[in-house]
Design a protein around this ligand. Structure first.
Ligand code: BGC
Length: 746
């Protein structure tokens, strides 16, 4: 404490001397700029280069550890930021090196991949998106920020908002799915959740929107692969979620590994400076992805590390993650004039401003509070919310003969499958500081719910991903002895996430054989699916009477899923990414174009139409799809007018009746189609949704208001505007079903 006071006094003294002004309102950006300028004036070239460098800490089995050379760099003021270091004692120790042993006492940023929770792990982001509940998503990030800051962190490498239409790509688990508008809403909610109202709050972290840009569109779905797309697709589909994060005030942006049209993002001046800084007015700092400056050499746009460092900082990069490119090259580059000192100063200044905004200069140990570390981690309240969120994220894909929920008179249940009792798999990829030992497996969740009154038997049946069929017979005999079977199938959590692309996205290993054998027993079977991407499961869909998609639910997975299985929660999630019938249909997404030879729905295999010889065009489960234990009936659509002027409001409504026997939530979706455009338009575009609770037997009126401006798109000349003409408007339970109505824009 005494040390902090000494440090603060020292620094304050320096500011007052240099700026001659008193502390003013924190919200005033120019104050931070002045402060950053004051300190910048005192910095040597090496110290400046330290601020634009970010290095990783290791985490060994015995706890956190830091390479000695990095510690030396911190002490010399040459390492200004650290990632992968957390827990109060450890962060305090590293921060102490920076603020007490360096000449200028500049505090460190501590970054980490807090992607779907820190200690309390929530469902994977693709699962969270299936809730279509932006308030819940924001709350989850608030909790994540609370826990992360309680363990010393002040910066998260999230949200990841890369739009993805290819489920072969393993990182689809980390995003919000295929719709750009919904992804934008979710991106903004995540930024708000992480950053809170004020970055100086001790429970706020800097957010970092990533991976800028279009990392989610690699050729063939192969991670890190080339991205090539039209300017229109980039603007219309891929850029808006990043823009939404910028508009929500995101403090930092991470460049992506990929190239776009021949230019790797980390060296793309147009992307980082012209678009992000100049057009979008982004004021925060830009960090590279892990060693992506160095990778410019492999990309073939830089001869050596010196050139790589030079083109990346000149393109707009402010901070080098782990590549040591800046620390090893910038000094010479500045001395030789290839990088101006002003360019470096601007980068340093943006990073210093972030540190000021966080309040680190006032209290570098603001996130080093042992009390918070014990009291604000995995609290009963956080765990209760995590459990609710698991249930909200589940999507009921099939439910023939109301197999689900599990009937109350069941006396014995066989819980079978390679994922039935796997705690580690519940976490999902990017589970930060999540501890698998603290996860509730499906089996445990079921036991917690009905263990006292129902006899629960269990067998693995097979592994997730090998050819061994030895366990299938035992699982079948268990199923025969039970009244009901819950069959837990899918991918292991390491089969999705970074560097986890797959060419075959069907159920791995011999799981389908296990499912066939179990279902053949004639027992009621509900399949519980775990996976980080849409899977191609047409055979399972044919065989299994009930399928519940649960993604990877995190710490409370088993409890939250049990809440749905036993009917305590009526499922309401809807897919935000299309499930294909087979990998050959990929990329497949709801907002595709009509083409000049659209399929004939009466004869889907008609020759010389845009179709396949061996597969329908339709997906297995479309975007927006998900069932409930109750049923909803949609009325026809009412429009306030049929012809609109450009300043009119288009008010559209529908009545929805809960025709089933229990209360339920429905996600009502509004889509439009512009029938004739300046350029071709998608067959449907999501323009609104409402999540409404409807009691059984009740009817509610759901209304949407959109304006003609909401129908804007990029024209041939790339102007963003709307056209007069005829539009079709759809309201329904998913992107494939619903009623439609036409209107005219005059
Ligand atoms: C990933 C980023 C991540 C970074 C730091 C990279 O490999 O692409 O998403 O933030 O590592 O862990």
């Amino acid at each position: 404490m005494i040390r902090i006071k000494k440090f603060t006094a020292l620094l304050l003294g320096a500011f007052l001397l240099l700026t001659g002004c008193k502390e003013q309102s924190l919200s005033d950006i120019s104050i931070y700029e002045n402060k950053a300028d004051s300190i910048l004036k005192l910095m040597t070239l090496d110290e400046k280069i330290g601020q634009v460098s970010l290095f990783t800490s290791d985490w060994s089995t015995t706890g956190p550890s830091m390479r000695k050379d990095y510690i030396d760099l911190i002490k010399q003021g040459k390492a200004g930021n650290i990632f992968n270091a957390y827990t109060v004692d450890y962060v305090r120790e590293l921060q102490r090196f920076a603020v007490e042993e360096t000449r200028l006492h500049i505090p460190l940023l501590f970054g980490y991949d807090v992607i779907h929770g820190h200690r309390t792990i929530f469902p994977i982001p693709l699962g969270q998106a299936s809730s279509w509940d932006t308030a819940a998503i924001e709350k989850a990030e608030r909790i994540a920020a609370t826990e992360a800051t309680a363990e010393g962190l002040n910066w998260t490498f999230a949200p990841m908002v890369d739009l993805a239409r290819d489920p072969r790509w393993g990182r689809v688990m980390e995003g919000a799915g295929e719709d750009t508008w919904l992804a934008g809403l979710i991106a903004a909610a995540r930024v708000r959740g992480f950053q809170g109202l004020d970055l100086s709050d001790k429970r706020s972290v800097l957010a970092c929107v990533k991976h800028f840009a279009a990392y989610g569109a690699p050729q063939g779905g192969r991670d890190y692969h080339t991205v090539d797309m039209s300017e229109r697709s980039l603007y219309e589909w891929y850029l808006p979620p990043y823009k939404a994060a910028v508009d929500a005030g995101v403090a930092s942006v991470m460049t992506s590994f990929n190239e776009i049209a021949g230019v790797p993002s980390t060296s793309n001046k147009w992307l980082l400076t012209d678009l992000l800084r100049n057009d979008w007015k982004f004021k925060g700092f830009i960090v590279t992805d892990y060693s992506s400056i160095n990778e410019l050499i492999n990309h073939g746009v830089a001869r050596d590390l010196s050139e790589a460092a030079s083109i990346s900082i000149n393109a707009g990069v402010d901070m080098d993650m782990q590549g040591s490119a800046f620390i090893s090259q910038l000094s010479d580059l500045v001395k030789s004039g290839k990088v101006t000192e002003e360019t470096l100063d601007n980068a340093v200044k943006r990073i210093l401003i972030a540190k000021y905004k966080l309040g680190l200069f006032d209290d570098p140990y603001k996130n080093c509070d042992k009390k918070r570390e014990t009291e604000e981690i995995m609290t009963p309240e956080f765990l209760a919310f995590a459990r609710e969120f698991v249930a909200k994220s589940c999507v009921l894909l099939k439910n023939e003969n109301k197999i689900l929920p599990v009937p109350e008179n069941i006396r014995s249940i066989a819980v079978i499958g390679p994922l039935a009792d796997s705690k580690p798999d519940m976490l999902g990829f990017w589970s930060a500081a999540g501890q698998w030992e603290k996860c509730v497996s499906l089996l445990e969740g079921i036991r917690n719910r009905v263990g006292g009154s129902v006899n629960i038997l269990t067998a693995k049946g097979c592994n997730v991903n090998d050819e061994n069929t030895e366990g299938i017979d035992q699982a079948v005999s268990l199923a025969r002895r039970s009244d009901y079977v819950i069959l837990a199938l899918g991918e292991s959590s390491m089969m999705s996430g970074e560097a986890s692309s797959r060419t075959d996205i069907s159920l791995p290993g011999v799981q389908l054989r296990l499912a066939e054998a179990i279902i053949k027993t004639g027992k009621p079977v509900a399949v519980v699916l775990f996976n980080g991407r849409p899977l191609a499961i047409p055979e399972l869909d044919k065989l299994a009477p009930a399928i519940l998609e649960t993604w990877f639910g995190g710490t409370q997975a088993g409890n939250g899923i049990a809440d749905v299985l036993f009917g305590d929660v009526n499922p309401s999630g809807k897919l935000t990414m299309t499930f294909p019938r087979n990998a050959g249909q990929v990329p497949i997404f709801y907002n595709s174009k009509n083409t000049g030879r659209p399929i004939n729905p009466q004869n889907p295999y008609e020759k010389y139409k845009s179709n396949y010889l061996d597969s329908p065009n339709t997906p297995l489960y479309p975007f927006g799809y998900g069932l409930s234990y109750t049923s909803f009936k949609y009325s026809g659509i009412t429009l306030n007018k049929t012809e609109f002027q450009k300043d009119d409001q288009i008010i559209v409504s529908v009545e929805i009746t809960n025709t089933g026997d229990r209360d339920g939530e429905e996600i009502v979706q509004l889509y439009v189609r512009d029938l004739v455009g300046d350029v071709t338009r998608p067959v449907k575009e999501l323009k609104g949704f409402r999540k409404v609770m409807i009691e059984k037997g009740n009817t509610v009126n759901v209304a949407f208001t959109i304006s003609p401006a909401d129908l804007s798109y990029y024209h041939k000349d790339m102007s963003f505007t709307f056209d007069p003409g005829e539009f079709e408007l759809f309201i329904g339970p998913n992107s494939s079903e619903g009623n439609s109505v036409s209107f005219l824009l005059l």
